[in-house]
Write a protein that binds this ligand. Sequence first.
Ligand code: 4AD
Ligand code: MG
Length: 476
Amino acid sequence: MKRTKIKDILKNDATDYQVNVKGWVRSFRNNQFIALNDGSCMANIQVVIELGADDALLKRITTGASVNVDGTVVASLGKGQKVEVKAQSVTILGDCDNEQYPLQPKNKPSLEYLREIAHLRFRTNTFGAIFRVRHSLAYAVHKFYNDRGFVYLHTPIVTASDAEGAGEMFRVSTLPFDNPPRNEDGTVDFKEDFFGRCTNLTVSGQLEAELGAMAFSEVYTFGPTFRAENSNTARHLAEFWMIEPEVAFNDINDNMDLAEDFIQYLIAYVMEHNREDIDFLAQRLADEEKQKPMNERSELGLVEKLEFVVNNKFERITYTEAIDILLNSAHYKKKKFQYDVSWGIDLQSEHERYLVEKHFKKPVIVTGYPKDIKAFYMRQNDDGKTVAAMDILAPGIGEIVGGSQREERLDKLTQRMNEMYIPTDEMYWYLDTRRFGTVPHAGFGLGFERMVLFVTGMGNIRDVIPFPRTPKNAEF
Ligand code: 4AD
Ligand code: MG
């Protein structure tokens, strides 16, 4: 008989039909009731074993074991479920050594501990919910852009360019570490390397996406990106996923509209399609909040927060206005910021969080940053000081989107690249788009894990990617 997913059995109240179910035992009570989970949904199905079943079999039905059940779906007499499976036959697919198995129903493992057993944590309710939501968000990303006629462009993972001009990349090489070929001046001779040049893992697909936008008008890329910055925070990964749309003929305002629509769409999508998981995560967060002192608790629950973001326009301010707000805040006057505030600084996460969590209490889009703290490709404003950058700041997260209108004027772009020591000869392929039919265009990058953090209400980015890569950590 073909296997039926537990989700499909629980979805309707139909009874008196034969099923085959397979899954992992979450708990086994009174030698009779199995709570069985197959990951298709949060809920377990109750499997009832006839009294007097073979003792040897009963002993092998332990938490974590995998089983195959043939039985009949019947109305449940017990509380908590409408239907259950009355088993005709139960066979063990894989035994589970219960002395060793770390996920016992009685003790509630901490998130930190579960991170150490990331290969098993999918089997908990919390991580089941997180990764079903993550999947839905990824699907919704593609649906959003597909519905709007964007072309999904696969940009390269291995690259010879440093898109953000930031350094801090992971090198890709097949040269021997201990004895690389060298030039006469002692530097490594990358002409001998696999690609005949120095290559790295990409930090962003933007520059290549721009090339696509110059032909398809609307493209997006959604792939892994890598940053070797040593930021050991709850918001940074060394390997993370980013969605980067790039749109010809869009200016900075169109760019903001697209980003805002996109974020609201993603949230609305999971609210509609993953309600059981979101409700579970909301309860988890509410329980966690109760442990905090009154004045540190958030005002809105997870569901209220998500509904609020879907239903309210984001605040739009300039960088200069943001600095003024910070300088005029009581927080600043009482010297509560760790980092000083003045026009020209890169906003620190404490500043960003003040703006969204204390001042506006909603997502904020900040535009017009000083050109000296932003990348070379951002369009220069007429004031000579700022660029058409935009960052979106989200409550509890800080920066979730970074983007800009791009500098489409060849002379301005090369001038800025020269000022920032970016080799224009090596970047001829990028500059060619400005030589051959340049157009105004704009795009942004949404950090996918930061989006998953926001939607799930989790506090640490390591808990929303299946296998986190952070400094000194690449297990599994
Ligand atoms: O602001 P960033 O660096 O922008 C870019 O890479 C542009 N090329 C995007 C574009 O315009 N196409 O990164 C974009 C977003 C950030 O706002 C943040 O959400 C996320 O990527 N991000 C990270 N997420 C997790 N770990 C890290 N180390 C991250 N660095 C950036
Ligand atoms: Mg940024």
